[in-house]
Design a protein around this ligand. Structure first.
Ligand SMILES: [Zn+2]
Length: 214
């Protein structure tokens, strides 16, 4: 009883393995997460849609993102959002104007099933950590781009072109936009969001993700 109480008071449970943690994760998970970290997070910050990423989509980082998305563990968004903040604070973006952060939205049906949008939670923790303005509902999702593998190339392109829309109900001050998502794989989703924003006159400076498969 006393031991339980002491543990409760002095340690948080590691959000990955539930062992006592003095930092965001326990020492073991911390070490495993660090092994996936990219040495050069701004390496792909160039071209039409610049990309910055904290780590590689593998091992402990892949498990953490899987738990965040599929195992109902929204508390993982805090340490992972702070990873995004750590990347941002290294300043490799070279921007002179402060962007606003827009998370990639989930389709409403998926949001209802999951209960939260992991990209929005990550964006919230990032913004709280580094002081960037957050535009959480600038974009809305009209189609689910994840279910695309069963479509033909033409259907996929048509689907992506209409995947996102600008939310007509928000009156955000116009700023350059930094997209935030959990994972970057093919980049199709982020490019579709960029396309929608730029068509509406909102410049997109790039996309910041926790993990990249690139
Ligand atoms: Zn752990």
């Amino acid at each position: 009883m006393w031991r339980t109480l002491v543990t409760t008071v002095f340690y948080r449970a590691c959000p990955l393995c539930r062992r006592p943690a003095t930092g965001e994760f326990c020492r073991d998970c911390q070490r495993q997460m660090a092994a996936t970290q990219l040495a050069r997070p701004w390496r792909f910050w160039q071209g039409e849609l610049p990309l910055a990423a904290w780590g590689r989509y593998q091992d402990a980082l892949k498990r953490a993102l899987g738990a965040l998305k599929y195992q109902g563990r929204p508390e993982l968004a805090r340490p992972l959002g702070h990873y995004l903040g750590d990347v941002w604070l290294t300043g490799g973006h070279g921007l002179t104007q402060t962007p606003a952060v827009a998370p990639i939205p989930l389709h409403p049906a998926k949001l209802k099933r999951r209960g939260y949008n992991q990209a929005e939670l990550l964006a919230r923790h990032l913004c709280r950590y580094v002081g960037l303005p957050l535009y959480p509902d600038l974009l809305v999702r009209r189609t689910d781009t994840q279910a695309q593998h069963c479509l033909s190339a033409r259907e996929r392109a048509a689907n992506l072109a209409t995947a996102f829309a600008l939310n007509p109900d928000v009156g955000y001050r116009r700023r350059p936009i930094l997209l935030v998502d959990d994972i970057y794989t093919t980049g199709a989703t982020a490019r579709a969001a960029q396309h929608t924003l730029q068509q509406a006159g909102w410049p997109v400076v790039g996309v910041l993700v926790v993990a990249t498969g690139r």
